[in-house]
Every structure is written in C-alpha cells, then in structure tokens.
Design a protein around this ligand. Structure first.
Ligand code: PRX
Length: 571
C-alpha cells in the first residue's frame, strides 16, 4: 500500500509540540498543586476577568432561550455545592444526575464536583432496571432528578439502601407533596457569592460513567480530576475551539461525549456552548446551526445518517455559513457520510475515536490533516497508539493487517479502574498496552481503519470481513436507510454474512430487491462480503448513543440471551 498523501500537514511536528504538560501549563497547574475541574472550568475564568463571557446558551423544547455567563455559573455552582454540603454530602460520595438536558444537568454536574463528590451521570431515558443496577453498584447516596422522572426513582429507592436523598429540581412548578428523603432545590433561586471549593488533586475521583460491555452488567469507569488535562488539550487541538467559537455538542451527558466534550472541554477553554433540549429533526438541527451561528459542531454518525436520509433540500433551506469545523464520534463514520458532509456543508466531518474508558479523544483526524473518508485518522499527538497482535500484544506494522487497537498508558483521562470490578479493569491490559477491544488496521500513512468491535468481525472462510464495510456499502444502495451486518454460523465457511436492512420510504421487500442488494455488496466489496441472507426490518437495534447492537441481532439469530440491553434505544 503506497502513501496517497501530499501537502503541508506536519504530523511529526505536532507530536513534538503537543504533550500533556502543555495542558497543565496552560491551565496553570504546577506539580503537587490541587486542581478541581469545576474551579478550572468556571471560577478560573471569572478570576481572570472573563466572568461576563457567555458560557451556556440553553434552548428548550419550545425554543425558549436561557443564557448563563461564566459568572452566573460560578454563583449557581456555589449554590449547588453549598446545598449539597448542607445535606451532608461529602467528598467521594456518589451523586447521580438523572435529568433531561436542562441547565441543572450541566450546572449541577459542576456543583457536585465543587463539593468533592463523584458525579454519576445517568440517561434520563433509562428504565427502572438500568437505573437500579447502576445506583446499586455505585452505592449512590443522592440523586438529582426532575418531577417527570421521580416515579422511576421512587420505584427503585427501596432497592438502593445507600440512597439517602432525592433532590427534585422543579418541585415549585408542580407542588405535589414530596416524601421523606426527598427535597426540593430551585437552582436559579440559589446564588452563592463564595464557596470553598474542595481541594481535589489530579488523582481525586471525579466522574463515574457506566458503560455497557459485550457481556454482563454495565461497568463503571472511574475518572479523576486530572482528566481535565486531556479533555482541555483534545478540545483545543481536535475540536479546534477558539475564544470566539459557538460550539454545539449534540451528545447527552448520560454518555461520556456529553460530559468530556459537552461540559468539561468547552468550559475548560472558556468557550460559549449551545445546548438544545429537544429531539432530533433535521429541520430543527439546521435551524440550531443557523440561529445560533454555530461554528464548531460535534455529532455522531447515526445523526449524520439521519440527516442524509432527509436529503439535501432541508440543508439548502438554512444558512450554515457559520460552520467551520465538524467532528463525529461513537461509531464508524462511513465514507459515504464524509462525502455527503462535503456536499452538504463544504466541510469534512472529522472522525474521532475513543471510549468511555479513555475519557478523551484517542485517534482522530486533526484539523488540517487530509481526511481519508472511512479512516478514523491518527493517534492524538500526545499519545502512543498501535495495532497489536491479539495474542502477543506486539505491534503489527504491516499495512492492512488487522489487529487490536492498543493505547500506551498512562494519559490523564484514562479511567483509573472499573468501580467494584478491578479484575475486569486489569484484564484490559496486554504487554503494557491498554486494549480497547476494537479491531482495526493501519495503512502506509499511519492512518487507522476501523473494522469492528473485537467480537463483531465476521470470519468467513478464514477471511475477516468488517461489518462496517458491509454497512457502508449497503448505505450506498438507493433502497437502504440503515443496516446491520453480523456473522451467521455456517458449517462450511465458519460464518456467512447476514444483514438486517431497514428500507427507505417508497421501497418494499422483494426477491428482486434482495438480489439487487446482494449484488451491490458483491460488486462494492467482494464475493466474500456478499450477504447470504437478508432480513428486512423496521429499524436496526441501537444504543441511545447510536451504536448498532449487532450482538443483540447475533444473539437473537442463535436463540441466545441478548445480555444487557438497558442502553438500547427503544423509541
Ligand atoms: O467500538 C468503538 C466505538 O465505540 C466504542 C466506545 O464506546 P463508548 O465507550 O460508548 O464511547 C463512545 C464515545 C467516546 C469504541 O470501543 N467507537 C467510538 N468511536 C468510534 C468508534 N468506532 C469507530 N469509529 C469511531 N470514531
């Protein structure tokens, strides 16, 4: 494989220049000194005279706007911290956030950190079992929620013996009586001029994010205050945020993108960010970009594919000339999606690869770096990453050979353990590398190409076929809205490809269409990758963060239990 690159981008220079201590220096941290994420993201800016800068522009479902400056954030997070301290919440206590994307979610997050407690963000769409398993595992002492989710919390509270307090943020709007152990807190009515922020250090626990594994119960990835060094630097270098940017991260803080890059990163840089508490519609999204003059936009491939589904007409109805940088995360970004982005916005979507466990972006297309559609890009310059052999953990350098994505610890935002599950944590390391559990290959230019989760790759007749490749190819077929590809056991070839396909409006399943889709993949990829079987479905099962749950399809296919599906999007 020959290099396909030319141009002036100097990756090696960036590797020399960008090191984690750049972040420490720019955040004013010195060896042995304390650092609290909330202070570094909020009070620091006010102390430096930037208190009047807008930190958060919040738009609710009805389109009403609320604006918060950094000074507002300081007073409101002080209020939260004073209130929590008054409830007896102490450092290292786990406090859950179980809220829609209301301002209290973002500001409460920082209030919890100010008091030194550990934030446990939970998707407000979680059902009882998902809520219960996480709260029980973490032994949470308090949960901050809103009236509409209180019923769910009440139904689990007897099964979470550690839980002392349920905090309801919108009690005034409702007024129905609260029960023992429930307290009302009205954020906007509680501004505190001063609060002595908990003296945290880089190794002090900060955020506990639960993530679903391939098997078993969700695991709690424990992060520390020092993670901000990585979140700051990656936000600056990868998302390219600058002082006058208006930034929009579409991720919910129930998911790590929504905290590392929807709260900590942008505020660490003192940037203005927009939050929209509304469901997806392509018109609403384009309107958001237009109305708020969004300059930097961080989103996910599923969302991009949904935008693609609605075509270019809605794009043209809105002004997106403010946009200057676009990034994507969470699942493979199909080459087709990159090409569509170019057509729609005249910009590249920059893929970023990372995990709940890594806490910040690890492999990425940096600004200015030539984007190869379908590639995740290269390691963040401060980081050493490789493709390793699954057995030996030795780096594989020959281009095109598939192995495991491996990252060299430590880096500041690496999880410090899985809560209550250190055995699983230690099992993630091999030969001095942290193993992500994903398969990929390198090309001659050092770009990473994603194949699939370690357990998703289809082995057909001894040849590995990436489901992502198949799904990307399928997306290019005019009838396909979305799809998932799995390996189906086969007595001759070990596995054959089976695909689940949701059709675009106006197309109906038929034998001819099946044939046409099969041929399309055969032509696009290879006879090996051609699906032997096609099932037409209404939708493909996905997590709320948009990852295709192939394991659910695989399990169904084989009549096995589907494992943890608490993050499955059932809308
Ligand atoms: O399989 C990879 C996929 O998502 C996993 C991490 O998921 P989670 O912990 O929920 O964090 C997602 C957001 C950081 C990875 O192990 N993944 C994430 N980003 C990409 C990706 N797969 C392909 N390309 C990506 N850019």
């Amino acid at each position: 494989m020959e290099s396909t690159l030319s141009g002036a981008f100097d990756y090696q220079q960036l590797r020399n220049d960008i090191t984690w201590d750049v972040a420490e220096r720019e955040l004013g941290h010195t060896e042995g000194a304390s650092i609290n994420i909330a202070h570094a993201c909020i009070d620091r800016h006010v102390e430096a005279g930037r208190g009047d800068k807008l930190a958060l522009v919040h738009e609710n479902h009805e389109g009403e706007l609320r604006r918060f400056t950094y000074r507002d954030l300081m007073l409101l997070t002080n209020g939260w911290a004073g209130f929590l301290r008054g409830l007896g919440i102490r450092n290292l206590d786990r406090v859950c956030l179980f809220l829609d994307r209301v301002p209290e979610l973002y500001i409460g997050f920082m209030g919890i950190l100010k008091v030194g407690a550990v934030v446990e963000p939970l998707f407000s769409a979680f059902g009882e079992d998902a809520l219960h398993s996480r709260m029980e595992d973490s032994a949470a002492v308090a949960i901050i929620t809103q009236r509409k989710h209180l019923g769910k919390v009440r139904r689990v509270r007897d099964r979470v013996p550690s839980l002392k307090t349920i905090i309801v943020i919108d009690h005034e709007e409702d007024g129905r009586p609260l029960r023992d152990g429930e307290v009302a807190y009205s954020m906007l009515a509680n501004r505190l001029e001063t609060f002595s922020v908990f003296r945290a250090y880089p190794e002090t626990p900060s955020v506990l994010h639960y993530t679903s594994g391939t098997t078993g119960k969700p695991k709690g990835a424990m992060h520390v205050h020092g993670s901000i060094f990585a979140q700051y630097l990656t936000t600056k270098v990868v998302l390219d945020l600058k002082d006058d940017d208006i930034y929009w991260c579409t991720a919910d803080p129930g998911w790590v993108t929504g905290t590392s890059y929807g709260i900590i990163g942008p505020w660490a840089l003192g940037v203005t960010q927009v939050v929209v508490d509304a469901g997806f519609s392509s018109d609403r999204w384009y309107q958001t970009i237009d109305n708020h003059r969004i300059t930097v936009w961080y989103t996910a491939p599923t969302a991009i594919r949904m935008l693609m589904k609605d075509g270019l007409d809605p794009v043209k109805r809105h002004d997106h000339s403010s946009l200057r940088h676009m990034c994507s995360v969470g699942e493979p970004l199909n080459p087709e999606a990159v090409r569509w982005g170019r057509e729609a916005f005249g910009l590249d979507y920059h893929d970023t690869f990372w995990q709940t466990e890594t806490g910040s972006i690890m492999i990425t297309n940096l600004p200015g770096m030539p984007v190869k559609p379908g590639s995740m890009g290269r390691p963040f310059p401060a980081l050493e990453a490789a493709i390793v052999d699954p057995r030996s953990g030795e780096p594989i350098t020959s281009p095109g050979r598939v192995g495991l994505i491996a990252l060299r610890p430590p880096w500041p935002s690496m999880m410090r353990t899985y809560w209550n599950n250190s055995a699983t944590y230690y099992g993630k390391f091999l030969n001095g590398w942290y193993i992500c559990g994903d398969q990929a290959s390198l090309d001659a230019d050092g770009y990473f190409w994603f194949c699939g989760r370690d357990d998703d790759v289809i082995n057909t007749g001894g040849h590995l076929v990436g489901p992502f490749e198949i799904e990307s190819a399928l997306l290019e077929h005019e009838a396909v809205a979305e799809s998932a590809a799995i390996g189906k056991p086969d007595p001759v070839n070990m596995e054959v490809v089976k695909v689940f396909v949701a059709l675009r409006p106006g197309f109906a399943p038929s034998a001819d269409l099946e044939l046409s889709i099969m041929n399309h993949v055969r032509k696009r990829l290879s006879p090996l990758a051609m699906p032997q079987e096609i099932a037409f479905v209404d939708k493909v099962p996905k997590t709320r963060s948009g990852k295709i749950l192939r394991r659910v399809l695989r399990a169904q296919e084989m009549g096995l239990p589907t494992g943890d599906i608490s993050t499955m999007d059932d809308n």
